[in-house]
Design a protein around this ligand. Sequence first.
Ligand SMILES: CC(C)(COP(=O)(O)OP(=O)(O)OC[C@H]1O[C@@H](n2cnc3c(N)ncnc32)[C@H](O)[C@@H]1OP(=O)(O)O)[C@@H](O)C(=O)NCCC(=O)NCCS
Length: 190
Amino acid sequence: MDKPTLQGELVVLRPVAARDAAAMWEMVNDPEGRRLTGTVVEHTREQTDAWCATVSGREGRIDLAITQHDSDEFLGEIVLMDIDEHDANASLRMSMRPGQRGRGFGGEAIGLVLEHAFASPPHGLGLHRVALDVLEINPRARMLYESHGFEVEGRLREVHRDGEFWTDVIVMAILEDDYRAAQQVQDPER
Ligand SMILES: CC(C)(COP(=O)(O)OP(=O)(O)OC[C@H]1O[C@@H](n2cnc3c(N)ncnc32)[C@H](O)[C@@H]1OP(=O)(O)O)[C@@H](O)C(=O)NCCC(=O)NCCS
């Protein structure tokens, strides 16, 4: 599977590479990011180095670094994974580095990845559905996904421990038709 480079107005998405390891390491150890993504697993720096060096060669997933046009620095990542060619389904996850949130980069990155996911081959993956999980404690991410056309499909009640409390996982997905409808609302000329 070819790993694309996607160009937006604010961001350039390109495959994650070995040179991203230090920035990835900072991101995966950020306490707020870990809480909001429900991350419990711990990785060593060596594992992160090896992951960044090899992930672009893995089948069934596309791990893209979020960068800017004038800098190749890794600002965050957006990942399409569990790409199932038979059912034309995939899952999405994303995270920005702590100092890079709220700058519009994540929103543009989702739009670029969805366009790639739903475009017909050979330009895109020709997917039918993209799903994701978001925690109840993360309304900013949930609103962002809704604004791109994701629908809430269900809720896993109190499945995750958030400090002393329990929190729900909200299951969301966007179908190609939802995506096209959201595009039409944003730009009636399309
Ligand atoms: C969720 C995340 C990936 C979004 O990326 P981002 O670059 O911060 O998003 P954007 O700057 O494009 O903003 C997206 C929306 O959130 C809003 N937003 C941004 N910062 C905000 C803040 N501090 N509080 C509330 N809303 C905020 C923006 O107004 C924007 O809404 P709009 O499109 O209606 O204007 C990023 O914030 C992040 O990494 N968070 C921590 C990890 C995480 O939650 N990952 C997702 C797990 S499901």
